[in-house]
Design a protein around this ligand. Sequence first.
Ligand SMILES: Cc1ncc(COP(=O)(O)O)c(C=O)c1O
Length: 438
Amino acid sequence: MNTPIYNFIYNLNHNNILRGFMPGHKGKSLKKSLESLYQYDITEMRGADSLFEASGIIAESEKNASKLFGTEYTAYSASGSTLSIQAMLTLMKWEKRKAFAVRNIHRSFLNASALLDFDVEWIYPRYSNEIISGEINLQDIENKLKSCKEPSFLYITSPDYTGKIYDIKKIAEICHKYDSRLLVDNAHGALLAFMPENIHPIHLGADLCCDSAHKMLPALTGAGYIHTSRPEYAKNIKKAMLLYASTSPSYLTMMSLDLCNKYISENIQNDINKNLKYISELKREFANDIDFAKGEPFHLCIKNFNGKEFEKFMYSKKVECEYSDFEYFIMLMSPLNTEYEYKIISQALRYTILSIKPVIKHNDSIDFPEMKKAMSIREAVFAESEEISIEESLGRICAETNIPCPPAVPIAISGELITKETINIYKKYGIFTVNVVK
Ligand SMILES: Cc1ncc(COP(=O)(O)O)c(C=O)c1O
């Protein structure tokens, strides 16, 4: 597969063109070791196309991506899934659709909802032990959509931070039965289209979906996609993105997406298969000692230890994780990991499980009540606020959604009244102050 963005910048450098155009670094770095990086950083000069009015090399590269992902249309984001989420919600706003969302959303959804003034109706997952990952009840979704008299959309996050995947095919069927739209935050699942079985949300029936390429593919930070299966959204996606994005998106980031296309078309399946083998060997090796969460296999999520303690021992063996808390220790792997790296992980795991004891967990369900709204998300976000201690917050209106980050799942959401149960959950996650409306 061709790489038009990379080729264009390569030729520019190769032909020694004098840079009478932005950026001001002129392809030179203040650090010699970073020089080649700077040489590939350009802006919308002649021939370089322009992300939000793409008709040249960027459009060609995006078409390559669309073909690989099997979408009606795919656009690049140089501002991660955050920009794609803003654009997806804007498309829904233009259609005047009501928002339903499963509650384990990332803060980017809440911020976009505040900007667009969505009065979101929540669908609560069934939680046990923790709030990162819960079970969605399909009947809950059906009941909400069935009783809604206006056009609507449903927003879900799958995979979640622990790798849990929801039944997107069934959820899409329910949405379409009620002429609703399914939007999937697939920030953690860019590689799902290339697994032995294609389980990418668009393939399974989602109408719109975002992927953070930078989380699971060999792409630079900020690289993301917005995909759609519907032609009517295809033509408005860039218009929606432009409302929020910088007019100077990073060419380094876009070039990394361009190079991903070639990697996906030539190598990814082989690398995924190799990694799936190493991951299942690793899980087999530790089957008696470690409880790995089920779900998307590249999320190595360990559940039966205190994650913070686990992290300390793993780090002493030079292995750093993506996330840890008192419940979880999570490592994100990618198709680029090697057999040798899994050996290092295996040695570090062996050392860690000999050093600390597992934690016996009771399958307590978390008492997460349906929260009462006192004002809209937008009103609360833009209201005057003050920071107070959690102890004093009972009955106050949450202003800024206080999110343990990562995993970035909200407890009380802006505009909601803080209850006794939410205070207990805050404390459990080590949060002792909250911003409330003054
Ligand atoms: C579930 C989820 N959605 C969206 C985002 C935002 O993605 P990005 O950082 O690519 O903008 C994140 C980032 O961590 C995330 O975990």
